[in-house]
Write a protein that binds this ligand. Sequence first.
Ligand code: PEP
Length: 251
Amino acid sequence: MRKPIVAGNWKMNKTVAEAVALVTDIKRDLAECSGVDVVLCPPFTALSAVSETITGTQLDLGAQNMHWEASGAYTGEVAAGMLRELFCHYVILGHSERRAYFGESDEIVNKKVKAALAANLRPIVCVGEQLEDRDAGRTEAVVEQQVRGSLAGCSAREWADVVIAYEPVWAIGTGRTATPEQAQDVHAFIRSVVREMVDDSIAQSVRIQYGGSMKPANAKELIGQPDIDGGLIGGAALDARSFVEIVQAAL
Ligand code: PEP
């Protein structure tokens, strides 16, 4: 049985004070959520304050990005060890916004995945097709290339710490969600790719989240699909009530 995982990607939103207020609300409502892994991914500037606020709870901390080197002359970047120091246990890698606006290729994502795993950070590796890929019937080809490229060379032991997020780019922040059937089809396909890359036991155990305009109204049906193991939530994660309701839908 795979334990569902719901992660909130706050993107470039929330000051430290706003972040603490949001987490305080989430914490109050999610005292009992042991059936779901809940991960909060604030911007770097709020990691420390959120980390302190969730100490002693079941809520977990994630970052939205990191560099693959451990230290050095990489102005503006943050290393895995620095995230671990703040008690981060997860890091989102290869989000479509990083791929589109910051030129992150599968090769770069792969270097980051390896560095995260080496530092005991669990990568949430994002993959997903553009609308034109879907319209041209290229969804599986695009997603397969991203999964194979981003996760190349991981050992079976490392795969145990990997989470994949399937996020069709046309559904992110658009209010347009993949239907549960569309999402399920791609999730099952991703699992088959993992089976070919590693083995059946890893394919059965790896958690695959859906992301793309997930909200309380559609979360239960999406997460209820056999190969959907939770959600990566953008917009709806900025509102405590909505985020809590999505987590409850995964229970
Ligand atoms: C995301 O950016 O990871 C995401 C899923 O965003 P939204 O929920 O706003 O579509």
